[in-house]
Design a protein around this ligand. Structure first.
Ligand SMILES: NC(=O)c1ccc[n+]([C@@H]2O[C@H](COP(=O)([O-])OP(=O)(O)OC[C@H]3O[C@@H](n4cnc5c(N)ncnc54)[C@H](O)[C@@H]3O)[C@@H](O)[C@H]2O)c1
Length: 328
């Protein structure tokens, strides 16, 4: 059995990945600064290292002796990138370069999270891996930067990688309390409380929503397919759902009527985002993805059960701990 480092393993996608790796008998080490993740999400049996992926010392220590790294730590929010351009750039791109540099000596294979945000303004649907990339946000530009540096990692330094362009991921443990959370967790939370929904613009904008367990399957399969050509693959369903369709579907599953308040459209928001999943299915041997209705049921069940595993991290719980790069 192998040992893997998962950066961002206390976050939404990372925590599901760690649980799946542990279930397969692998050793798991998690490097996370708990800035948006929670220690309550940590998969049982994982080793937790509190630390910042921007710190080369922390990365070197976390990578020592592992067989591979899943790099998921990021500030996963387009809006945060608008407010704190340089700060998010440090985490979303500089840290990836630092990680690849730390992986260089032992040529540790790296599977990393890219995003559909790299396609940005490209409205030629469905988006496939050879579509033109036109990021509209600092977040998308940094994810594209990760892909370019992964190419350098393979070409110049012989580090095998694979980048996965996740579309809109949803499922249990996506925190609806975060102002930057995904639309599905916010709609599920509001409708379970019988509250009205805010919809930006006309609500006809479409997204390709993929359930977190499908994303985890792709991540694990990708670790077996990394190579120095630094391939990138779409991780999506190929199906588009408009924000209004989503609102009515969640309302139906909650047994309530959706009351919708239309808010002004958000500047720079991508209108339609639907990907072509064929290449990933072929190269990673993936089957079909979970239907959105089933994924929504699973998400609602988790919320109804009191959201196990999701506890907001208080700063004091972090302050009481010593991050791994300090005092060394
Ligand atoms: N959720 C989506 O729909 C989606 C879509 C496309 C891409 N992605 C990418 O997938 C990855 C995981 O996203 P998520 O939705 O699980 O987000 P998340 O916010 O739940 O998880 C990110 C984790 O990274 C940690 N982190 C942030 N900055 C860090 C730092 N400097 N050092 C150490 N840890 C740090 C956070 O504490 C958190 O646990 C991210 O790279 C994100 O950009 C997510």
């Amino acid at each position: 059995m192998a040992t893997f480092l998962v950066t961002g393993g206390c976050g939404f996608i990372g925590s599901h990945l760690c649980a799946a790796l542990r279930a397969r008998g692998h050793g798991v080490r998690v490097l996370d600064d708990l800035s948006s993740g929670s220690e309550a999400n940590l998969a049982p049996g994982s080793k937790f290292l509190l630390g910042d992926v921007c710190q080369p010392m922390a990365l070197r220590e976390a990578l020592a002796g592992v067989d591979g790294c899943f790099h998921l730590a990021a500030i996963a929010s387009v809006q945060r990138g608008e407010k704190d351009w340089l700060g998010t750039h440090r985490t979303n791109l500089s840290a990836t370069v630092a990680l690849l540099e730390a992986a260089r000596a032992s040529r540790i294979p790296v599977v990393y999270a890219s995003s559909a945000a790299v396609y940005g303004a490209n409205g030629n649907l469905p988006l496939h891996e050879d579509s033109t990339v036109q990021p509209l946000s600092a977040y998308g530009a940094d994810k594209l930067g990760c892909e370019l540096h992964a190419r350098v990692a393979g070409h110049v330094h012989g580090i095998p990688t694979m980048g996965l362009r996740f579309f809109n991921v949803f499922g249990p443990r996506q925190d609806p309390a975060s102002p930057y959370s995904g639309v599905i967790s916010i709609f599920c939370d509001r409708l379970l409380r019988k509250e009205a929904l805010d919809v930006f613009g006309d609500g006809q904008q479409t997204r390709d929503f993929i359930f977190v367990e499908d994303v985890v399957r792709a991540l694990i399969a990708a670790m077996r397919q990394v190579n120095v050509a630094a391939p990138v693959l779409n991780i999506c369903t190929g199906n588009g759902t408009s924000v209004l369709q989503l609102a009515y579907l969640v309302a139906e599953l909650c047994g309530v009527r959706a009351e919708i308040n239309h808010r002004p459209a958000r500047a720079g928001e991508v209108r339609h985002s639907i990907g072509l999943p064929l290449r990933a299915r072929e190269r990673l041997g993936l089957g079909s993805t979970m239907a959105i209705r089933d994924g929504l049921e699973a998400t609602l069940t988790w919320m109804r059960e009191g959201r196990p595993g999701l506890a907001p991290t208080s700063r004091s719980s972090v302050n009481g701990r010593t991050p791994i790069w300090q005092g060394r």
